[in-house]
Design a protein around this ligand. Structure first.
Ligand code: NAD
Ligand code: GLY
Length: 369
């Protein structure tokens, strides 16, 4: 059994904040905001899909606790994660004369969370915000850690700020309505935490794979453990000058697959699950870990019904995407590689070595010969 902390806090001195995980928490958002000392106006930023599913309960809970809330509804989708959309939020805030102490409540997945967080970081030079994530990916990853921002036509998340929320309120029951594809995309990040720092958690995922895939009870524990690990990593390296990079396990290969396939064709979480397996196989190839690590990872991904085979993509295009990535320095690629389940390291590799590996592995569709 995975040992859980009674309460999760992201420890950042005077900017520390709690992560609360409770079924039914949507009905207590108002009371929780009041307990953080907020009063008066509150702004809920969401999209039409999440609004239809969750906003009524959040708004009612805010009103019950004496808040005067209003909603800003943004269009749904990654393609709207832009400065133009953010600008429309500034307009609404200015129109309503929103003041510096008014909290912004991000109600939705990572797209809403990243944009609402960026608005909070920049409107009036900073207003408080609270994350109420409603996708598995946002509950275990994007709502924690204060990376906020939007996309630029030339690349994802190129504009942004590190700006921590005041609290993260996670209601796992919101996941009941999530599509299977979105759910699996979030599971990739859950597995990532086991590989990067906690073999016992990985064992737990292996043992409970069947019920997890059906969104059974172990899911809440998996969300908690993921948040604990992310909170600890962020607390020790908020601005990614070192350790935080381990959260990118599987992402160098993953981003290259995502970019080469064409954004939207393959989901980020799908690319990450294939990318993690490639990173584990590459680690084995470099003699960093035994064959057991990639084998166990593949078995778990398959047990959870996730993607493991890389799509047919040209290796030169994958290499081009990787060398354009933020993680390149002096022609050497930076990878998070595993020394066995639960242990990773950030290491460099020559482009030629990576290319040779990909040529073999893509011919064999994700498997070593
Ligand atoms: P998303 O926000 O686009 O949500 C996916 C889909 O699920 C959307 O259509 C949304 O409307 C819908 N949805 C949300 N909640 C739902 C619910 N409860 N029931 C049914 N449908 C629901 O995608 P995402 O995967 O949550 O987030 C991806 C974004 O997160 C990307 O923009 C990525 O760059 C960002 N991200 C940020 C960080 C970070 O540290 N800030 C980390 C990882 C990813
Ligand atoms: N999702 C990676 C990070 O938060 O650093």
């Amino acid at each position: 059994m995975v040992k859980l902390m009674p309460k999760i806090t992201v420890q950042l001195e005077d900017r520390s904040y709690p992560i609360v995980i409770e079924n039914g928490l949507l009905d207590a958002v108002g009371a929780r905001c009041a307990s953080l000392g907020f009063v008066g106006q509150a702004v809920v930023v969401t999209n039409p899909v999440v609004s239809a599913l969750c906003a009524k309960r959040v708004m009612a809970s805010l009103k019950r606790t004496g808040f005067a809330p209003f909603i800003i509804t943004l269009p749904d989708g990654e393609r709207y994660k832009t400065l133009k959309t953010v600008s429309s939020v500034y307009d609404a805030l200015v129109k309503r004369r929103v003041e510096r102490r008014t909290p912004i409540i991000a109600l939705g997945g990572g797209v809403i969370g990243d944009m609402a967080g960026f608005v909070a970081a920049t409107y009036l030079r900073g207003v408080p915000y609270i994350q109420v994530p409603t996708t598995l990916l946002s509950q275990v990853d994007s709502s924690v850690g204060g990376k906020t921002g939007v996309n630029h036509p030339n690349g994802k998340n190129l504009i942004g700020a590190f700006y921590q929320p005041r609290a993260v309120f996670i209601d796992p029951e919101t996941l009941d309505t999530l599509s299977e594809r979105e759910f699996k995309a979030g599971l990739a990040e859950v597995i990532k935490y086991g590989v990067i720092s906690d073999e016992r958690f990985f064992n737990f995922l292996e043992k409970n794979a069947k019920t997890l895939a059906q969104r059974g009870l172990p899911l809440v524990k998996a969300i908690k453990r993921s948040c604990e690990i992310k909170a600890a990593v962020v607390a020790s390296d908020e601005r990614e000058s070192g350790l935080r990079a381990i959260l990118n396990f599987g992402h160098t290969f993953g981003h290259a697959i995502e970019a080469t396939a064409g954004y939207g064709r393959i989901k980020h979480g799908e690319a990450v699950s294939i990318g993690m397996l490639l990173a584990a196989r590459f680690s084995f190839k470099r003699g960093l870990c035994g064959a057991e690590a990639p084998e166990r990872l593949e078995k778990l991904l398959l047990a959870l019904g996730m993607k493991t085979h890389i799509p047919r993509l040209p290796v030169p295009a994958l290499m081009r995407a990787m060398t354009l990535d933020k993680k390149v320095s002096a022609g050497r690629l930076r990878f998070v590689l595993t020394r066995g389940i639960g242990r990773v390291e950030v290491l460099q590799a020559d482009a030629g070595e990576v290319e040779a590996f990909l040529r073999v592995i893509t011919v064999n569709r994700g498997r070593e010969p």
